[in-house]
Design a protein around this ligand. Structure first.
Ligand code: NAP
Ligand code: SF4
Length: 699
């Protein structure tokens, strides 16, 4: 579908969609796909998949693509088999550059030397030693080693350009090798590549100059510069500005801004980080240097990206995960379909969390991401169009209905409540997960555009579904009850003792928690509920200044690295509700151990800071007028609480599937069960959505 008013659409995103000359390259718009490792870069066997992934983004209309990081040499590889810009690999990459150029796209290769972050035994860094994230101790680069590193960067850059790349980006942020040279905490050298700020800058500047020399004037040279290291002993603002000017003098065409080292204890991209939280620093850099700058981090909202450009805070905007979620975002903006952009919710669940354990990335809201050649939604031939009923409007049902309708089937979606969203709608009520509502809005708009009929407030019976060819049952889950004397969830507080409520009732505000609360179950939802009950009001995610204070982010002109110890909880300084919250589980393992690899630590830090009292290895005994009785460390005790919140996992709601199965005949609709209705154990939206798309792709 194209916009009836393309000119008004174009004007809404006038700055974002306007062309830009960058170096000697002309970009068709100011949207950059920032570098992402998607797990397809390391194996030659994945080249066709990688090419399809990048080609899809080029066809979607992004102005410039930056590839995942490739090391200039063996010691800089992220892992032992990690991507390297060697001769053979770069020759093979001609497939990629051709595919992107055929789609009228522009692409540059990122050169990344991992330094002490390399998870392999050849790791080398300015002063040796091991990072808090690495299994290996890095060796100190010798003087000869530094000279070789400069040459290897130049050689790798030349190979990239020979393979058809439009240029290269030097990864100088996130705590990788070049960033390690710049920070006194990791560079304690006494030679010309250390000893004061000028010495620490020498290697990155030498590499920039050598690379410019190697790739010539026509190719684009980008440098990813760390604006805020967020580690003690990181750079000062003055040092960053002097570096930026030095890079420009050595022929860098554009500075792509990066925030925070991987080992920083401040979140920088998860969903609880306020949108555009770091743009003010990009704007400050832009005012101090004479080279275009790219803003990044939590800038997935096109309206915000437009404002950043229109206000002159940056020259370009980088989105990375957002283009996993929707490769066609630029095209949709140009066609006046911004409401149909698939919104990234910054959950990291299917992308970064996968890549960090060596798996291929995908996207929770777009399972086709990085699987373009395998999960294909082909339009259905007119004579094969089927009448499809989808029952249940949670993530699995929404995506099943959408995918089936986009293929050309006639789809009706039934939802028992008056609102779509299921468990995702509840998640959007957690402070720090406000963006989840964006995904729901996007689904609603796309369902409407795809012509899905929506019937809210209706629980169809098998008789209601008789006229459909296919029924996709996505009836989801219900909270798992626990077998405990006195356990009786109720909407009203009892005359004596604690009120027992489900997490659903609490989050939907059908029940109100008291001042002393026990949460039974410390999985993802128990942790979320603990944050819901203790989070400052309003949520710091909605106020960048409050969020910076909450995490101890400060001015890098005043404090090296721009971080102090985060302030501890006090009633006076953060306005938290004064609640005593107990979070309980029967297992002995660390609370929150099963949370996402890149997000779990943020939640655990929030729990600690909010003073949530954690209990592991407990046995629940009963609930009575005194409170919740349990055994902990071999001793019986009672938690005298006003409210007990049930977060003990879920059970499938699959009655409809059973009824349809029981009454099935030759003429009955085909029944497909997806999401939590199929399997409630370790329910997760990523699996539910992927399963929904797989079912819809086979209809
Ligand atoms: P969950 O992760 O399976 O946790 C359920 C909790 O209930 C566990 O602490 C479990 O621990 C306890 N439990 C299970 N059966 C029980 C029983 N009969 N009596 C008492 N306690 C019992 O489930 P969830 O918290 O409902 O989350 C569902 C899914 O949503 C998760 O798998 C996760 O993927 C996703 N999610 C993730 C996040 C996040 O990453 N931040 C947030 C929300 C949801 P014990 O058996 O040790 O007591
Ligand atoms: Fe965004 Fe989550 Fe998809 Fe990653 S998995 S791209 S964070 S929505």
């Amino acid at each position: 579908m194209t916009s009836p008013h393309p000119s008004s659409a174009a004007s809404r995103y006038r700055a974002l969609l306007s062309p830009l000359d960058l170096g000697r390259l002309t970009l068709k718009n100011r949207l950059v796909m920032g570098s992402m490792h998607v797990g397809l870069e390391d194996h030659p066997g994945d080249l066709a998949r990688l090419s399809a992934f990048l080609g899809e983004r080029a066809r979607g209309g992004v102005g410039l693509i930056v590839t995942g990081g490739h090391s200039p040499n063996r010691s800089g590889r992220l892992t032992a088999g990690g991507a390297q810009a060697d001769e053979r690999t770069m020759t093979r990459h001609q497939v990629i550059t051709r595919e992107v150029h055929d789609a009228d796209g522009r692409i540059i290769l990122q050169l990344l030397h991992a330094g002490r972050y390399a998870a392999q035994p050849l790791a080398a860094s300015p002063s040796g030693g091991r990072s808090p994230l690495s299994p290996f101790r890095s060796r100190r680069l010798t003087r000869r080693g530094t000279r070789r590193t400069v040459e290897q960067f130049a050689l790798a850059a030349r190979r990239a350009v020979d393979a058809g790349y439009d240029g290269v980006e030097l990864m100088g942020s996130e705590g990788y090798l070049l960033n390690q040279f710049l920070a006194p905490t990791t560079n304690r050298r006494r030679d010309r590549f250390g000893r004061g700020a000028e010495g620490r800058r020498a290697l990155p500047l030498a590499i920039a100059a050598a690379v410019r020399d190697a790739i010539g004037e026509d190719a684009l040279l980008s440098y990813r510069i760390s604006l805020l290291d967020l580690v003690p002993g990181g750079q000062t603002w003055d040092e960053t500005v002097v570096l930026a000017k030095g890079l420009a003098e050595r022929g860098v065409d554009v500075l792509s801004t990066g925030i925070g080292w991987h080992e920083a204890r401040v979140p920088t991209i998860v969903t609880s980080v306020p949108r555009g939280a770091f743009v003010p620093l990009t704007a400050q850099l832009r005012s101090e240097v004479d080279v275009p700058v790219i803003a990044s981090n939590r800038l997935h909202d096109p309206d915000l990206a437009e404002q950043v450009l229109a206000r002159g805070e940056a020259d370009l905007v980088s989105m990375a995960r957002q283009l996993l979620a929707d490769p066609h975002l630029p095209r949709k903006l140009a066609e006046g379909r911004s409401g149909q952009v698939v919104a990234c919710i910054s959950c990291n669940q299917a992308c970064l969390d996968k890549v960090f354990v060596g798996k291929r990335a995908s996207c929770l809201v777009n399972p086709r991401a990085a699987h373009e050649t395998e999960l294909v939604l082909t339009p259905v031939a007119p004579r094969r169009v089927r009448k499809v009923a989808v029952v249940g409007g949670g993530p699995a049902g929404l995506e099943a209905a959408l995918a089936a309708a986009e293929r050309g089937h006639v789809v009706t979606l039934f939802e028992a409540t008056e609102e779509l969203g299921g468990q995702l709608r509840l998640a959007a009520r957690i402070p720090g997960k406000e963006d989840y509502a964006l995904a729901l809005r996007s689904w609603r708009m796309r369902l409407a555009a795809a012509g899905v009929g929506i019937r809210l407030g209706m629980r169809p019976t098998p008789a209601d579904l008789a006229g459909f060819h296919d029924v996709i049952v996505a009836t989801g889950v219900a909270p798992r009850p626990v077998d405990l004397p006195g356990f009786a969830p109720s909407a009203e507080p009892p005359a004596a003792g604690p009120q027992v409520v489900t997490y659903q009732d609490l989050l939907e505000e059908r029940a109100v928690a008291g001042e002393r609360v026990a949460i039974i179950g410390a999985g993802g939802i128990g942790v979320d509920v603990a944050e819901y009950l203790t989070s400052p009001i309003p949520s710091p995610t909605l106020d960048a200044r409050a969020w910076r204070e909450h995490w101890g982010v400060t001015d890098p002109s005043a404090v090296r690295g721009g971080v102090t110890a985060a302030p501890q909880r006090t009633e006076a300084n953060d306005g938290r509700r004064a609640r005593e919250v107990h979070l309980l589980q029967r297992k002995e393992t660390k609370i929150g151990a099963g949370l996402g690899r890149t997000t779990g630590w943020v939640h655990r830090a929030e729990l600690r800071r909010a003073g949530v009292i954690q209990h592991r290895g407990v046995t629940y005994e009963r609930i009575d007028e005194q409170g919740l009785h349990l055994v902990e460390d071999g001793e019986a005790r009672v938690l005298e609480v006003d409210t007990v919140v049930l977060c003990a996992g879920q059970v499938s709601v699959a009655d409809l599937a059973a009824e349809l199965g029981a009454g099935a005949s030759r003429t009955s609709p085909r029944v497909h069960v997806v999401g939590g209705a199929d399997l409630a154990a370790e329910l997760d939206a990523e699996r539910a959505i992927r399963q929904a798309v797989e079912v819809a792709s086979a209809l």
